[in-house]
Write a protein that binds this ligand. Structure first.
Ligand code: SAM
Ligand code: SF4
Ligand code: FES
Length: 353
């Protein structure tokens, strides 16, 4: 046994038993040779089984508008991307899409969009109320930054959860990538969401240009500090229609390791096997499910809009209808010896939310 193999084994077995990993230890895991990565992924898989069990929660993703007033340098929806045809679903169309997701067996939907000024808080609340009054679905919103009062209104309308990634924990990198947004404001939003009573999801991309192992370790520690209920971690995938089109993307193994370390740190938080992971590798989501993840978010958006929600190229499932994806993902989950959860998949943290 080599020294490094032994060292990674010791760190993982301590973490598995509940010892909090330090920043330096997280960095050691992040930079270990690829041949030892499996030690980390397997430890995370055992922690996942002990903390959240073998069920996988499905959340149906409804991409209801690709208009965005922001200009994040990595994202195909940025307002400066004039090549993209823009669309938005009307309120009734979103509600019908959610009803269809429930008919397909989903217990939970995620309503996601760019920051589209057409979708005022009142309109978002109308959608939430429409879905809540006609279905038994849990609702996650992921529509960007709003004020505390606005988040509170959305929560009172019945939304259960909110997903807002901080994208990177480095203020400097955040500023470079978000010419018109502010890191402190992003963190303020996450605190406001908690205060408004939401189950809070956050997360980051792996492999952004300028990212270092130190930044990645701080991303993971920030998730723990924010005590998130859910953490979405996926590779950065360069989009040729953006400022970062020529950059290198994140690597599958680095993203998987980040998911695994998140499981070691966050214990019973929900961790999705992200679509971006499935885009990098046809078995990317299955690999994440075996490295700590316990959630998948299949697309249930109407077919005609799919290819227009183009965050990055070659996104999976663009031509597969919602019924097909539902069966496909169930098959993949069962193939791993796991099963689809039947409940709403609310937070497992026993705090007062
Ligand atoms: N507009 C909302 C926001 O930014 O929070 C929600 C929608 S946004 C498209 C959802 C997530 O997509 C972002 O949080 C970001 O991490 C991810 N994303 C955007 N561009 C990406 C890219 N090129 N590669 C991987 N993920 C990307
Ligand atoms: Fe807009 Fe979100 Fe894309 Fe940024 S990441 S450009 S806020 S859709
Ligand atoms: Fe969409 Fe497999 S989940 S085709």
């Amino acid at each position: 046994m080599t020294n490094q193999m032994e060292r990674i084994g010791t760190l993982c077995s301590d973490a598995e038993k509940g010892k909090a990993l330090t920043r330096e230890e997280i960095i050691e895991l992040l930079v270990c040779e690829d041949q030892y990565s499996n030690i980390i992924l397997e430890a995370a898989d055992r922690v996942r089984q002990g903390e959240v069990g073998d069920h996988v929660h499905l959340r149906g993703l409804i991409e209801f508008s690709n208009y965005c007033k922001r200009n994040c340098e990595y994202c195909g929806l940025r307002r400066a991307n004039k090549k993209l045809n823009r669309y938005r679903l009307e309120i009734e169309e979103v509600i019908d899409t959610a009803k269809n997701a429930e008919r397909l067996g989903y217990r939970s939907v995620v309503l996601q969009s760019g920051e589209d000024p057409y979708y005022t808080v009142d309109k978002i609340c109308k959608i939430v109320e429409g879905i809540k009054s006609s279905t038994d679905l849990a609702i996650t919103l992921s529509c960007g930054e709003f004020s505390y009062e606005e988040y509170k209104q959305m929560r009172e309308a019945g939304a259960d959860r909110y997903l807002l990634r901080f994208e990177t924990s480095s203020k400097e990198l955040y500023k470079k990538l978000h010419p018109d947004s502010d890191y402190d404001q992003r963190i303020q939003c996450l605190n406001d969401l908690r205060r408004a009573g939401f189950q809070v999801g956050s997360g980051f991309m792996v492999g952004l240009p300028g990212e270092t192992p130190e930044i990645l370790a701080d991303n993971l520690l920030l998730l723990r500090e924010l005590d998130v209920d859910m953490a979405g971690i996926g590779p950065f995938i360069p989009n040729p229609d953006t400022e970062l089109g020529e950059e290198n993307g994140g690597l599958l193994i680095d993203a998987l390791k980040a998911v695994a370390i998140a499981r070691l740190l966050l214990r019973n938080a929900h961790l999705p096997a992200t679509t971006a992971l499935g885009t990098l590798d046809p078995r990317g989501r299955e690999k994440a499910l075996c490295a700590g993840a316990n959630v998948v978010m299949p697309n249930v958006s109407p077919m005609k809009y799919r290819e227009l929600y183009a965050l990055y190229p070659n996104k999976i499932c663009v031509t597969d209808d919602p019924g097909h994806c539902r069966n496909c993902i169930t098959g993949k989950i069962n193939g791993l010896g796991r099963s689809v959860a039947k409940d709403h998949g609310h937070t497992l943290k026993n705090t007062n939310k």
